[in-house]
Design a protein around this ligand. Structure first.
Ligand code: HEC
Length: 120
């Protein structure tokens, strides 16, 4: 019995270690290097959900920041801080993170069945 519980404990500890990053319950952001910078700078005007629902590479995030600075009064970010936020965003909110499952075939999507099921 002692052996079994030790074994179970071991399994639990090792699966906790490989579990994916934790999510901050407050903002929904992935907790990883530099996440607090993004929490501090990117939730003042809109929900952090606007950030966590988007995916893109570093260039996408940089362009989004520039666009907000040009048109939405986003303040200038010190370059070192901006770099760190871009590192974080590109690492955790890249579209490749989303691409794990291949897209569904169009015939499996709603609205297309009727057409596809027609034999003639
Ligand atoms: C000064 C205010 C402000 C701050 C701070 C701000 N944003 Fe925005 N952001 C906006 C506004 C306004 C919109 C447009 C919202 C809408 O369309 O409803 C927006 C939109 C977005 C979008 C959606 C863009 C799209 O294509 O629809 C993303 C992603 C985003 N912001 C990310 C960020 C990130 C990352 C940060 C931190 C670097 C940030 N925002 C900080 C004002 C801000």
């Amino acid at each position: 019995m002692r052996m079994l519980s030790l074994l179970l404990l071991g399994v639990m500890l090792s699966s906790a270690a490989v579990a994916s990053n934790e999510i901050d319950p407050d903002s929904g952001l992935v907790i990883a290097d530099n996440w607090q910078l993004v929490k501090a700078h990117c939730g003042a005007c809109h929900s952090h959900a606007l950030v966590t629902s988007q995916r893109g590479d570093r260039d996408y995030w940089l362009k989004t920041i520039r666009w907000m600075q040009r048109t939405q009064n986003l303040w200038d970010l010190p370059p070192t801080i901006e770099e760190k936020m871009l590192d974080y965003l590109a690492a955790h909110y890249d579209e490749r993170e989303w691409g794990r499952r291949p897209p569904l075939s169009p015939i499996l999507l709603p609205g297309n069945n009727e057409k596809e099921n027609k034999k003639d």
